[in-house]
Design a protein around this ligand. Sequence first.
Ligand code: UDP
Length: 240
Amino acid sequence: MKGKPEKLIVKGKRLDGRKLDELRPVKIEIGVLKRADGSCYLEIGNNKVMAAVYGPREVHPRHVQEATRAIVRYRYNMASFSVEDRKRPGPDRRSIEISKVSRESFEPMVIKECFPKAAVDIFVEILQADAGTRTAGINAASLALADAGIPMRGLVSSCAAGKVDGQIILDPMKEEDNYGEADMPIAMVAPDNVTLLQMDGHFTKDEFKQAFELAKKGCAQIYEMQRQALIAKYGAEGKQ
Ligand code: UDP
């Protein structure tokens, strides 16, 4: 990657031409994997991710079964070719952390009591990374769960806000994530049920409030795109 640009915001515009409160372009394709019960391919800016859901299915190993409800498992994995410097294959501290917080962003939303002793397995593969891969993965996973017909209390939508050159921005890309002052990914179920909130860097109290509100607006926009993608695939009544 090139060195730090002198400025990340020039005349109110970001390096990729976006306004401060603008998301990167999003592309969604639902039901792309034949062998998964549900799947979704999603792009946001230069992030490209694939989510696959398997289940509800029998739990292996058996001792992790829960008698009255399903367990939800989530694996986030970055392909070695997804980043500039080759990523060493296999789990590391970062991917274990992201898998954990992403799973927790779904746990209250999946109606687990419908499937005692079963597992719902969510796999997220990052094919190309440009900052915001955990949020892109959550957005794709949410649609893959819907595609698999897993009963949920709502669609989980996810997006980050950040701070660069002293200004609050929506959906930071790689340069903004690397050289910015703060990054705050959230996930939520509309209208106000926040299931993930992480923060890297420093916000003042007022900046935090502003960033949080902006990230929520981003999630609401993503939710609308997710909803439209499901309608395009299944129709308004859920048929295909
Ligand atoms: N990244 C990288 N190599 C790594 C991990 C991350 O190049 O081993 C890059 C990648 O583009 C990623 C970005 O750094 O999207 C920001 O990573 P972060 O840990 O903040 O997670 P993310 O924003 O992707 O959820």
